[in-house]
Ligand binder design. Structure first.
Ligand code: 5GP
Ligand code: MG
Length: 177
């Protein structure tokens, strides 16, 4: 495992992310919608840096259990507990990889009639996008490696690391045995 972004760098990156969001969404009530599970750590840190009146909501997106290979995407919006109709929504996810998660989530949220949906991610992997969409706010661009920590898991492990690390291919292969 190799540290890619230290705890201090994460903190600075999220402060910059929050500042951009504050500028673009100043003074407007916001519904921040975190995408489970990967966004929970970012969500907790980010909302404490935002000062507009806001609600926090969750939706769930899952692919295959270890998240290392593509699989059918299962979305669950049933966790939304307040009406987002007419609200400014900020959808928060851990990482923008192929972009398919946000690509499929946004139209489903749009059906609920928000004033508008913006997207914020901690990470964007370079050269991986498969959709005609980019997140509105990105804290860090990273190379095409499998990363863990700060909410991101490999087979339900490592979400609690306070830094972001790249797993070496052999580390994943070993665990799969
Ligand atoms: P996308 O739909 O943009 O391809 O992928 C988004 C989801 O794939 C993320 O929310 C995350 O769950 C998973 N994912 C993509 N790349 C990585 C990675 O490097 N590490 C981990 N832990 N999850 C990833
Ligand atoms: Mg995810």
């Amino acid at each position: 495992m190799r540290i890619l972004i230290t705890e201090d760098q994460l903190k600075q990156g999220i402060a910059r992310l929050a500042e951009e969001i504050r500028k673009r969404c100043a003074g407007q009530p916001l519904t921040v919608v975190g995408v489970l599970m990967g966004s929970v750590v970012l969500l907790a840190d980010l909302i404490r840096l935002l000062d507009m009146p806001l609600r926090v909501e969750l939706v769930q997106a899952r692919t295959n259990p270890d998240g290392t290979r593509p699989g059918p995407l299962v979305l669950n919006l049933d966790l939304l507990s307040t009406d987002i109709q007419g609200r400014n929504v900020l959808l928060v996810d851990d990482i923008f990889d192929t972009g398919n998660t946000l690509w499929e989530l946004i139209p489903q949220l749009d059906e609920l009639g928000p004033a508008h949906v913006r997207t914020a991610v901690l990470l964007r992997k370079q050269g991986r996008a498969q959709v005609a969409l980019q997140p509105d706010f990105v804290a860090f661009d990273i190379p095409d490696e499998f990363v863990v920590g700060y909410g991101l898991d490999y087979r339900d492990r490592y979400r609690n690391l306070p830094y972001l690390a790249a797993l070496e291919p052999h580390e994943m292969a070993e665990e799969q045995r």
